[in-house]
Write a protein of this length. Structure first.
Ligand code: ATP
Ligand code: ATP
Ligand code: MG
Ligand code: MG
Lengths: 359, 231, 231, 231, 359
């Protein structure tokens, strides 16, 4: 990974009735920073302001020590050394895939070494489409081209505005894996807009929460998920993301290590990294007072109950502490909690059916 | 001279017409493009004024427009004086230059209107994307705006070309109908009609029609075949 | 009664004045339709509702007789145009031939010799004096005598052959400005302007009355005032 | 008659011009709309031919176009004969009818082009939706297509109107310059220039310019204010 | 519910390279019939042909005895008495919401009684938007208007082409509930296109599977879901949909009855019907050899193993029979199956955390 760079500033931009006014911000750009917020909260507007795509922007912006904006004066987009992937790919319709890819490369100053064209094209999986007209590409293919086009320039910062939202679930799953691998391989910091919590949990190192044109807070993913009222929780309810170390597969399962415990993940490991991120839905976790036998559930983890949080309509969110200290949420009904007499401090077993690795 | 159906046809006016029409078209594309782009980007109410001003040459009868051009372009007038400053030595009237300038004025709306509409239809995201790929403004204009405005540019070019070919009043007024220099086909046909040489008039008109039909079909056909859908 | 009469453009002003006098005297109503002679002929041939035709030459009015559209016995020459050499810059009144031979003018304006009799006679005059080859390349052709005059009046051509009527009219923009020289009648064939009653107006008393009025001294005085000779 | 700056201005040609321009605009909207719709729906290569044919009136000098219209609409010609069958009694040329017919031909491309583009831009889904809501074809056309094509219709109307106001060659040829009947402003201005009445010419031109600028701005302004974005 | 009507025919339609050729079909239109298939399989083309929106359609079509198409000749769309809801709502941009709603009503023949405007507007929840321009509506609001506009005409058949696909998850969830209620209330048969399995499971009575322009089969939802290779299963794996009878809520939970067993559903019952449809993901079901105690999982159902179906990567799909004869899938790892010695005929306990009602 490259040395982390800092993004700091305070941007204003008025668009008709909408007013972006971030307030001062200052956060590192290492890894993936997700901009998260409801529709209309100003995510796209902020990202465009950061990229210098809106001339009406006002305020201050500094990235990695370079000044991009002071008041009304600003560095041109073309000189900011950023890549940008738009929601709808924004491929040039009058060019082939190859011409789209080479568009930026031809304009790169001599001093910058571009990415290796062939290896990137292979990684992104568009070699056989190079001489096609872009009009006939599928949504997923279009995004691959857009991502490759941006990455080829070896930008200092990659901005992505909902790059996956137009794709169906199969294409989305493929693209997420591709994105992760690319970002890990090339170590380019990313500013990523999404309003899909699953994407945040899978990709984010850091979340910038936006609301009504303001930056509400910048939190690490862990901080963001430890809040029981996290904006990241959707109709699936609370989620825990657990950091673990990958071990070698056994019985067709992939064990990962959490301190002295082992968690068994189903399916092959998609990533070859040793540090992985496991996403567990609170409603997929059950509790047992003693370690039950003759059960198809593989994962029985010894945990301590930290607190019981009423959730309305007779449901409780139970915050558990794993033996290595990490946080795990479990959702139970009030009825079960009463029946099992759950209370803080009690040591119980968390039952998790084998789960899929997320990162 | 060409002998056709037993009638002699002087080809010089045809060549001159094609030359003037081509030059007018080129100049209007060059001048009209930035003007149309600027108008396409405008949001203020000035746009309304400008749109109306551009359409104005249509309202005056061409002969009258020509008459005013005669007054404005006269060799002792301010416009010519101004040009002399820049080393211009000739005279605007009675020359090809004058014909072209007159036609440029007269055909302005036909070039600017379609260009403006084409420019207005270009998705801004594509320009943003090009900017993030380090393309400067002129670079973006050349590599994104122009290729994607092909249909509008073609319409502007054909309308201008056709209109200049058929132009009569202005070129008659400003040109001076000098054979081989400023006698265009339209004037030539008119002269034939005036002097009751109807056969030559029919022949020339027929040639212009067939030729223009061919050119227009070629252009519209190309446009359709290579048309790029922007979505 | 009323009538519509087609009149060659160059005679516009004169006949309007005569018409007013005529209407006052007879109570008949006359409407004039002005246009280039050739165009008027084409219109008459295609059913234009004209009762009489005043051409700028003899050729086209006579042609209507051949076509069976005119009343042969009504034909008469109503006026003769006179050519003058006019210039605001050169002393054409004192040394017309020297100016034509040696002055450094860039353009000499005449009416189109092909369609306008004034132009044709001007060329004939130049040929007779052996000057035609000398000035040929500098000639600019106005589509009509009025157009040729506009070139000199707007200073686009510093010298030109125009109609007498255009310089002696007190309302003319060049009235008592510059200098003119009346080309001697002996130097060119007379510019006979022919008129006749058309088949359509054969039984129209207003037309008959007007044709007669044109031959009265009152009308002749007006024509003389506007620079036309009447034999 | 209006007295302006001490000069008499005859208003009749102005009213006639506005009347003819309005009628031409209305007719072209009525005739051009189905034609443009039909062309917008076409996919075959005939579309190319048709697009070129529609643009063709531009290529001929207006006077020449007028000349041919004169021949075709001749009162003994086949077109008039054909109309007589249906009880038509008048004459196509040398009347207001003729002026309007000529202008309709000449301005056809200015009406059809913008209409066609507007129609091409209407999302087909909206028409489908209207069909499922029990709207018949004409109903859909009236309630969906026309309101959503407002910008195109306005452009078509203004271009046609402006072009007809400035039209000269065709109306002079087909109309016959009959005072009170077919003498339009453009011809009137021309006549004033021809007979050296420059003050009147300037006045009339100025009035036309100011009036047209006002109309155009009004139309473009309305268009912008009530413009409906279709997406 | 109204009397069911039959849709039968055989339609052909060529569009460029694509050829729709359904083959003969004949199925009842009662309830909701979903057209399901991959992108490009011709769902939209078929629905448009059924609605008479493409003049190039050829073939035969009869609906409820009325002939709509014979060869090239056809009844006009305007006379077919159908409602159509498009993916993007297709509201008329130059009209207000109210004008959009009244557009069809004004054209309704006197003989048809329209739906009650006020009550429908209230049900759909757009009363306060009636005089707005449609341009400023959100995606969900647009679809509400589109649905109301179609329903007001009291059509014989309602066609919907992916009516929810442009919405985010909150809007989608609201709209699904609304749709269900409307369809139940008004009893209008619906042809519904989607490629989201969850929508099918929730809404469908019947599924028309399409592939490459052909109708592959028409199955009831149960038949479609009993196939282990059902095209309806997505990245979440196999799904069971269980019919049950709703009982009155207790402890904040909603019990439903399956023969002699009771299944506890969390959350309040959204629908007031007594017959409900419960959707259970196979991966949410665990097995125990004996009925385990002291466990937060509430639902312990006695089931019989019917078959074990290998799924690749060491996972098994277990088909279970509930005591009332209904089908339930459970996904376990090979490792667990071996450990518990699962085999057909064995009676075991299926453990299901309390689940949400689907219908
Ligand atoms: N060019 C513009 N002119 C006027 N208003 C605008 C413009 N662009 C955006 N807005 C408004 O600014 C607000 C913020 O828009 P923005 O696109 O930044 O939101 P977002 O957080 O990206 O939302 P989403 O998740 O829907 O993409 C919205 O209310 C939008 O209507
Ligand atoms: N007007 C048309 N002309 C040519 N081809 C068309 C046309 N409309 C659709 N097609 C093609 O027909 C095929 C089927 O399209 P259709 O829209 O029916 O698929 P679908 O099943 O609805 O897909 P999706 O789930 O993506 O909406 C596609 O390959 C499409 O490209
Ligand atoms: Mg956005
Ligand atoms: Mg579809």
């Amino acid at each position: 990974m490259k040395q982390s760079i800092q993004m700091q500033g305070n941007l204003q931009l008025e668009l008709g009735h909408f007013k972006l006014d971030t307030g001062p911000f200052d956060f590192p750009l290492q890894g993936i920073t997700v901009l998260f917020g409801r529709s209309g909260s100003g995510k796209s507007t902020l990202l465009r302001a950061i990229a210098g795509l809106d001339k009406r922007t006002n305020g201050a912006l500094q990235v990695g020590g370079a000044v991009w904006q002071v008041g009304k004066s600003h560095v041109k987009t073309a000189s900011r050394d950023i890549g940008f992937v738009f929601q709808d790919a924004a491929l040039f319709p009058h060019m082939t895939v190859r011409e789209n890819l080479l568009y930026g490369l031809k304009r790169l100053p001599k001093s910058v070494t571009p990415m290796d064209f062939d290896s990137l094209v292979d990684k992104v999986g568009i070699r056989d489409k190079l001489d096609r007209a872009v009009t006939y590409l599928s949504g997923g293919e279009r995004q691959r081209v857009a991502i490759a086009r941006a990455l080829l320039m070896r930008p200092k910062l990659l901005c992505m505005d909902e790059p996956l939202s137009a794709l169906d679930w199969q294409a989305k799953a493929e693209m997420l894996t591709l994105l992760e691998n690319l970002i890990a391989d090339y170590g380019i910091p990313v500013l990523y807009i999404t309003h899909v919590p699953a994407e945040v949990e899978r990709l984010a190192d850091r979340v910038v929460f936006m609301s009504k044109g303001r930056i509400e807070s910048v939190e690490s993913l862990q901080e963001a998920l430890n809040r029981v009222d996290s904006p990241l929780f959707d109709e699936q309810g609370a989620v825990s993301v657990i950091q673990a170390k990958m071990l070698s597969p056994e019985h067709g399962l992939t064990p990962v290590q959490l301190g002295q415990d082992t968690l068994w993940l189903s399916g092959p490991a998609l990533s070859d990294k040793s540090a992985v991120r496991v996403r567990v839905l609170a409603k997929d976790v059950s509790l047992a007072l003693s370690d039950p036998q003759a059960l198809s559930i593989i994962n029985h983890l010894e945990v301590t109950i930290v607190e019981l949080i009423p959730q309305g309509s007779h449901r409780l969110l139970v915050r558990l502490r794993l033996r290595d200290g990490q946080n795990l949420f479990c959702e139970v009904t009030q009825h079960s909690a009463d029946r099992l007499a759950l209370k803080p401090g009690l040591v119980v077993f968390a039952l998790i059916k084998s789960v899929a690795v997320t990162n | 001279m060409l002998e056709l159906f037993g009638t002699e046809v002087n080809l010089a006016p045809i060549w001159l017409t094609l030359e003037v029409a081509t030059m007018t078209t080129l100049i209007l594309l060059v001048v009209g493009t930035p003007l149309a782009w600027w108008m396409a980007q405008m949001r203020s109410s000035n746009k309304v004024l400008l749109e109306a001003l551009v359409a104005l040459p249509l309202v005056l009868p061409p002969t009258v427009l020509g008459f005013y051009l005669l007054i404005v372009f006269n060799p002792t007038g301010p416009v010519t004086e101004f040009l002399r400053w820049f080393g211009f030595e000739g005279q605007l009237t009675f020359s090809k230059t004058g014909l072209v300038i007159g036609s440029v004025f007269y055909s302005l709306p036909f070039a600017v209107q379609p260009l403006m509409h084409a420019f207005e239809a270009i998705p801004h995201r594509l320009l943003d994307a090009a900017a993030t790929l380090r393309a400067s403004f002129l670079d973006r204009f050349r590599t994104i705006v122009l290729p994607l405005s092909r249909r509008g540019i073609l319409i502007a070019a054909t309308l201008t070309f056709a209109h200049t070919v058929g132009e009569f009043g202005v070129v008659l007024m400003v040109g001076g109908n000098i054979p081989g220099e400023t006698r265009m086909v339209s004037i030539d046909i008119f002269d034939h009609v005036e002097s009751m040489e109807y056969t030559q008039a029919h022949l020339l008109s027929g040639m212009m029609l067939v030729f223009s039909l061919a050119v227009l079909m070629l252009v519209y056909g190309m446009n359709r075949r290579f048309g790029v859908k922007v979505g | 009664e009323s009538a519509t009469i087609a009149v060659a453009s160059n005679f516009t002003k004169t006949i309007e004045v005569i018409g007013q006098a005529f209407e006052k005297e007879t109570g008949h109503q006359i409407r004039f339709s002005f246009g280039p002679t050739g165009k008027l002929y084409a219109q008459i041939k295609n059913g234009a509702p004209f009762d009489a035709f005043f051409g700028a030459d003899e050729r086209r009015p006579k042609k209507t007789i051949e076509d069976g559209l005119g009343v042969k016995q009504s034909y008469f020459v109503y006026a003769q145009g006179q050519i003058v050499l006019y210039s605001a810059k050169y002393p054409v009144d004192s040394q017309p031939i020297e100016v034509l031979r040696s002055a450094d003018f860039k353009h000499l304006s005449i009416a189109n010799p092909k369609t306008a009799p004034y132009g044709e006679r001007a060329v004939a005059f130049l040929k007779k004096k052996g000057l035609y080859e000398h000035v040929k390349s500098r000639i600019v052709n106005g589509e009509s005598i009025a157009h040729a005059f506009q070139y000199v009046a707007t200073h686009n051509a510093p010298i030109g052959f125009v109609a007498m009527s255009q310089v002696v009219d007190p309302k003319s923009p060049v009235y008592q400005k510059g200098a003119y020289w009346v080309v001697p009648a002996s130097d060119y064939a007379p510019i006979n302007q022919g008129a006749l009653v058309l088949k359509r107006g054969e039984n129209n008393v207003a037309v008959q009355a007007f044709m007669n009025f044109m031959k009265t001294q009152k009308a002749i005085t007006i024509m003389n005032r506007y620079g036309y000779k009447v034999d």
